[in-house]
Design a protein around this ligand. Structure first.
Ligand code: FMN
Length: 183
């Protein structure tokens, strides 16, 4: 099997991630892959923010600030969420709501594909990732910290680092119920 098919078939999400994370050269390779995503109208509707170190602590404070009424246990949980990996790459879609030919959903899909290219490139470079979203993508405090504009949307927090322990085996979905062949 080709390398690409192997990589895709073997890819799994990695919830347990530690140091080291990709260096600048490796990140650049990953972003070069990301921007090869198919993209109707070549709008290039993506941008990325890479967070490490103190920036992850600040993201944790932004998570916490999104729920001012939460009790201390919940606040601690929110604050700690970004610390589940040594690096988070935030994928952001810059959306053109008025575009005559390319509806917003196609722009969102393009950024989703770019994010998946990041996951696959990271895997090829020996790193693990986990794509997370949830209500923190919408939280005002989070959007403000990341500088997400009104016409932008967070498509994913890509937790990134080195896989801790053995990665689980990829499961295989049966195809007969989801694929239809006609001729
Ligand atoms: C757009 C998107 C958002 C996701 N958000 C979350 C999330 O917030 N929390 C989570 O546990 N998994 C989330 N996932 C799913 C995981 O990244 C992962 O794909 C899923 O657990 C299946 O595991 P696998 O990738 O190893 O097959 C999301 C996936 C996508 C594509």
């Amino acid at each position: 099997m080709s390398n690409v098919i192997n990589s895709i078939m073997e890819r799994v999400s990695n919830p347990k991630l530690t140091q080291p994370c990709p260096n600048r050269d490796q990140l650049e390779q990953m972003f070069r892959c990301a921007v090869r995503a198919p993209d109707h109208g070549r709008l290039r509707p993506w941008r990325f923010v890479v967070l490490e170190g103190d920036a992850l602590l600040k993201l944790g404070h932004a998570f916490e600030a999104s729920q001012p009424g939460a009790d201390e246990a919940k606040r601690l949980r929110l604050r700690s969420m970004p610390l589940r990996a040594p690096m988070i790459i935030v994928s952001i879609a810059t959306l053109d709501w008025e575009h005559k030919k390319v509806p917003v959903w196609e722009q969102q899909v393009a950024v989703g594909i770019a994010t998946q290219h990041l996951q696959l490139a990271a895997k090829e470079l020996g790193f693990g990732t986990m794509w997370r979203t949830g209500e923190m993508t919408e939280a005002e405090s989070v959007r403000a910290y990341l500088g997400v504009a009104d016409n932008e949307q967070i498509i994913g927090f890509l937790y990134t680092g080195t896989v801790e322990g053995e990665p689980r085996a990829a499961d295989l979905q049966a195809l007969d119920e989801i694929v239809e062949y006609r001729s």
